[in-house]
Design a protein around this ligand. Structure first.
Ligand code: MBD
Ligand code: FE
Length: 300
C-alpha cells in the first residue's frame, strides 16, 4: 500500500516510479532485524522528500558538507551533530516517543517526573559530593553572589515514598552561558556534581540560579538557525539525571518559571511539570535563592 502510494506520487512528479522500490528491495534476508523493519520507511520518506522539493545535486552536496562539518566539530566536549538534531526537534521527539513507550510498559509511571532531552553537554563522572556541598567554584562565588542558590528536594517513587541512595547528577551553565568544557576560564567539572539521597530520600546542594543563554552558534547549527531566521536561545535550565537501583533512570531538565524563552525554547524541551520557582532565601549568606524540587521515578 505504501509502495503504491510512493509510486503514485513519484509518477505525478515525473520521476522513475520504480526507483524507491528497487532501493528498498536491495536489503538482504540476513539484514539486521530492526534496520530491516525501519529502513523501508526511512527510504520512502527520504526519497519522497527529495522528489517533492526537486532537490538538486548542488543542494544535496551542501547538506553532505553540513553533516561532515558537524561531525568534524564533534568531540568528547561538544556534540555538534546532536545539537543539529536538537534544533530540528528530533531529540525532543525521540524523548517523547521513549517516554510514551515507558509509560505504556510501566503501570507505576503515572505521575512520575517527565523526562527531557540530555543535550550535547553532559559529562560522565562528575565529582560525587556530600549533601550541602556547592558545585560553584569557590573563586567565582563572589562574582556570582547574586545568583547563588540552594537546591534541595527528595527522590521519591510514584506513591511519594522516599528513595534513599539515589544519585542526583546535576549540571548547568555559568552566567556567561557556557558549560565548563566550553570555557577555558572555568575549572574542570565546575557547575557539575553528583549527590546521593539520604535515608529520607533527600538531596541538597548549592548551585547558581541559571540564566537563559544562546546555544553555540559558531558551527552548522548556528548557520542553520540564521538561514531559518531563528533565534538561538534556550530558557534557563538545570540538567539532572536521577538514578536509583530498581528504578528507571530519569534524564530531565528543570526550567525557571517566568523565563521569556519557556514558550520558544530553540530545542523544544520544556514541559509543564518541569517548571520551577526560585524564591528569595533568607538567613543564608551562601545563597540568595531557594529551589525545592522532588523527582519521582518509576520502578524498572
Ligand atoms: C543545551 O544547553 C542544551 O541543554 C541542549 C538540549 C541543547 C543545546 C544546549
Ligand atoms: Fe543545557
Amino acid at each position: 500500500m505504501s509502495i503504491s502510494a510512493t509510486t503514485a506520487k513519484a509518477s505525478s512528479h515525473g520521476y522513475d516510479p520504480t526507483f524507491t522500490g528497487q532501493v528498498i528491495a536491495a536489503t538482504g534476508p540476513n539484514a539486521h532485524k530492526r534496520l530491516a523493519q525501519i529502513m523501508p520507511s526511512l527510504l520512502r520518506h527520504l526519497h519522497d522528500f527529495a522528489r517533492e522539493v526537486d532537490l538538486t545535486v548542488a543542494e544535496w552536496m551542501s547538506a553532505v558538507e553540513f553533516i561532515n562539518e558537524a561531525g568534524q566539530m564533534s568531540n568528547d566536549r561538544r556534540n555538534e551533530t546532536q545539537l543539529v538534531c536538537d534544533i530540528l526537534g528530533l531529540e525532543s521527539l525521540v524523548d517523547e516517543i521513549s517516554s510514551k513507550l515507558l509509560r505504556k510498559s510501566s503501570p507505576d509511571s503515572i505521575g512520575t517526573t517527565s523526562s527531557a532531552i540530555l543535550g550535547p553537554f553532559y559529562r560522565k563522572d562528575a565529582p560525587i559530593l556530600p549533601n550541602g556541598a556547592s558545585i560553584v567554584a569557590p573563586e567565582t562565588r563572589d562574582a556570582f553572589a547574586k545568583d547563588l542558590a540552594h537546591f534541595s528536594g527528595r527522590v521519591v517513587d510514584d506513591k511519594g515514598n522516599p528513595i534513599p541512595n539515589a544519585i542526583v547528577d546535576v549540571w548547568h551553565t555559568a552566567p556567561n552561558g557556557m558549560y565548563e568544557q566550553q570555557d577555558p576560564d572555568q575549572p574542570d567539572f565546575n557547575l557539575r556534581g553528583r549527590f546521593r539521597t539520604d535515608e529520607a530520600g533527600k538531596y541538597s546542594l548549592y548551585c547558581l540560579r541559571p540564566a537563559p543563554y544562546p546555544i553555540p552558534d559558531d558551527g552548522p547549527s548556528g548557520l542553520l538557525l540564521k538561514l531559518l531566521d531563528r533565534h538561538p536561545w534556550r530558557p534557563a535550565h538545570i540538567h539532572v539525571i536521577v538514578t536509583a537501583d530498581g528504578y528507571r533512570p530519569l534524564t530531565t531538565q528543570i526550567f525557571d518559571k517566568g523565563d521569556k524563552y519557556l514558550t520558544n525554547d530553540t530545542v523544544f524541551a520544556v514541559k509543564e511539570d518541569l517548571i520551577v520557582e526560585f524564591v528569595t532565601r533568607k538567613d543564608d549568606q551562601d545563597a540568595k535563592w531557594t529551589l525545592v524540587y522532588d523527582f519521582a521515578l518509576s520502578r524498572v
